[in-house]
Design a protein around this ligand. Sequence first.
Ligand SMILES: [Zn+2]
Length: 447
Amino acid sequence: MQRSPVIQFALTVVTALCLPLLAAAQTPQQVRMQRLNPAMPLPLRIDPERVAAAGIEVLSGKHICIYTDVRDQELTKDLIRVFDAAMAQWCNFFGVEPETTKDYQLSAMVIADRNNTQAFRKAGLIPADLPEFLAGYNRGHETWLYLQPGDYYTRHLLLHEGTHAFMQWFLRGSGPSWYSEGMAELLGLNRWQDGELELGYRVRSNLDCPYWGRVKILRNDVTERNELLLEQVMEIPAAAYRQVRAYAWSWAACDFLAHHPLTKDAFQQLTKNAKEIGPAFNRQFRQSIEDHWPIVQRDWQLYINEMVYGYEVDRGVLRAATQDAENSSVQVQADYSWQETPWRVQAGDRFQLTAEGQFELTVAKKTLPSAGGGITIEYYQGNPLGVLMMGVLDDQNPASMAKTSRVVGLGHDFVAERAGAICLRINTSPAKRSDNRGFLRVTFTKN
Ligand SMILES: [Zn+2]
């Protein structure tokens, strides 16, 4: 619609007048912050007297100001230290110049009891249009979170919301839900020890992240045949994030894609596309890894079917076994999972595998030598740690290899139950392969 010049002029004057007026309602720090990303909604107007009258405590760090009814100043100060320490790591991960963030300060409402938000309402810290949320919610200058059971999980949640905020402010978006929530989970995982923060920490056990529980959800889904394909994770609708399950699968997808040797570079590039929230985001990403897609899908199956805390994705991918010069034997590396040999069998074929050599396993921080028979005082998944295992790769169902695999040990005769390529691996935890050293030399003889 064409506006008359007079109306247009009036609108321009009103707009020009309004902006400084609104800006004037903010603190100088907020005005400087708004310049970082003018597209962000204006800050909540906070009246310090009203906040104090409602009994809400206010504690500030460099990049965060916490409003809370949690009567534990040590905890609140700890959250502030964590958040401030995270800034350099967010900058590093997302390629943002730290200097750019000097005026950035998020307001975080840390609420002790999700069923008792009265004090925050009285203080004017919960606007009427704030939607219901599961644990945390982030918007513009503010983030809201409910105190969680255990210090770890509250810290995790703050870093999760902090990741959303950082992406919104400095990348101007955080992509579709799977990427936005998956990244917040990936970087929310943390280690906070002796004043040192590690963001995006590879948690090795549930003791590293009490109450987080995503690994358990994934394992249950896999057991109940309820697992998701990678492309299904990428299509999880926003409404599904009212349940923790959606967060678990999104985390798994981001963890996998960020560490798989064939996707990690393309995945890192997604930070440049974070403004895009429509289907173009997924389409462009899929195009960038299209050549590798069948391999990526196969390795995703291997990953989710052996999901454990600390799974090392780069060690869990199926790779080709190194062939020895005369091609009659292969080297099976102790620090990788399944290795595909050049030997193919048909169902009913009789063959023999023999292993020689010695490699090293690290068990409870001790390095132990092992041969193909493994270390029979330590077990993983019912078989001796370090024992040589054999599986026949079923291209349609690669994950079945683990369940149908058989012990080779120092040597064994087999009758193939199905056709396919013979794969070999040394039996160790998917979370500890990088601790191992050396290889076995394995020879194949068809009988
Ligand atoms: Zn989130």
